[in-house]
Design a protein around this ligand. Structure first.
Ligand code: SF4
Length: 360
């Protein structure tokens, strides 16, 4: 039996067959924030510099909460405290609480979600190693919202919540899809998860689904073709859903449940190189090293004009001869990137619809 992690419990509570997968970018960002919190609390702000502004603000806020909510004058403050939990059947759960100070645990999360089972396991670990504490108070610090959720556990309530979650997961015959599916290791062979792709593709008789959804296990050319077709059908569908969901939120106030409209920072660029040069105060070679010369005008952004179109306009030429002449003139300074390979569908492409039962 593999040792469970406390951090898996919130997922198992809603999707009992969930399996931990590879470390996600979110998890790596969480680890960086935890490290920054411990360092900042100790007076070292070096780890804040690698964070976004809102993350750095959240870390400072979290450190203030540690000072306010933990009994720091009576107990030592321990960061990244490993906790080991023993279940009634003597199996183990391992976890690491962000901050432990006597009978108080503080855990820094980013977005508001339900973490009760994970926190119960931390409380259980602390109470099992120190039964005299009697009651453990856990403060969940949601950094993105700067909000606090507080829970209390004694030995019985903590064990009941953790044990119930573990037993339900062990006994489950079926899973329930949730927001955690996209972090689940077995999602590509999970019929519930892959049925979402099948549902989208169901309206297209000409897009047969592959027998296997795990990309690295597709090793039959016919199955690869089915999966590739499905992927290319789903990609624009996904973009279209993103587009229409944003439109609905912006224009009709229909914000999808569980989402919020958030302002994003626009990308910055210099829109006038001639004016920027004296303002930057750089030497000409240094300044020009920062500049790119576009050959073609952008179809998406008409203000990004390419040098070929400018040359054609200035010399009153059609674009094709202007392009030939300009490229010949610029030949000493034209670079060509390494071409790549792409899969282009052939006109006579026929997928063999015969079921591939090998390995079933
Ligand atoms: S992908 Fe499947 S097994 Fe994994 S959590 Fe979702 S429903 Fe459960």
């Amino acid at each position: 039996m593999t040792t469970l992690r406390s951090s898996s419990l919130p997922m198992l509570a809603v999707s009992p067959l969930w399996e931990p997968g590879e470390t996600s970018d979110n998890a790596k960002a969480g680890t960086a924030r935890h490290r920054a919190l411990a360092l900042h609390y100790a007076g070292d702000d070096s780890a804040l510099f690698g964070l976004d502004d809102d993350e750095a603000e959240a870390i400072k806020w979290a450190a203030d909460q540690v000072k306010l909510l933990a009994p720091i004058h009576n107990f030592p403050v321990e960061f990244e405290k490993p906790l080991s939990i023993t279940l009634p059947d003597f199996s183990d759960i391992r976890g690491t609480a962000d901050v432990v100070c006597g009978p108080v645990i503080l855990d820094l999360k980013w977005r508001i979600r339900r973490y009760d089972e994970q926190l119960a396991s931390y409380a259980l670990g602390l109470l099992q190693s120190n039964p005299d504490l009697g009651l453990v108070r856990v403060h969940l610090l949601f950094g993105a919202h700067q909000k606090i959720q507080s829970l209390e556990f004694d030995l019985d309530s903590a064990e009941e919540m953790v044990w119930r979650t573990v037993q339900n997961a062990r006994e489950a015959k079926e899973c329930r899809p949730s927001q955690y599916c996209s972090w689940c290791k077995i999602r590509y062979r999970c019929p519930i998860y892959t049925s979402r792709a099948l549902t989208v593709a169901a309206g297209r008789d000409d897009w047969p689904p592959p027998n296997n959804f795990h990309a690295s296990q597709l090793d039959d050319p016919n199955e690869l073709a089915k999966a590739l077709r499905l992927a290319r059908l789903l990609a624009p569908w996904c973009e279209s859903v993103e587009h229409h969901a944003l439109e609905a939120a912006l224009k009709r106030g229909l914000v999808p449940t569980g989402y919020e409209l958030k302002q994003t920072k626009g990308k910055q660029w210099v829109n006038n190189a001639a004016q920027a040069f004296p303002l930057a105060g750089l030497t000409q070679p240094d300044f020009l090293a920062c500049c790119d010369v576009r050959l073609n005008s952008s179809k998406q952004y008409p203000d990004k004009v390419g040098i070929i179109d400018l040359f054609a306009k200035q010399n009153r030429m059609k674009r094709a001869p202007a392009r030939r002449e300009l490229l010949a003139a610029l030949a000493p300074v034209i670079s060509t990137g390494n071409g790549g390979m792409k899969l282009k569908e052939s006109k006579t492409n026929e997928i063999d619809e015969t079921e591939n039962t090998e390995g079933d």
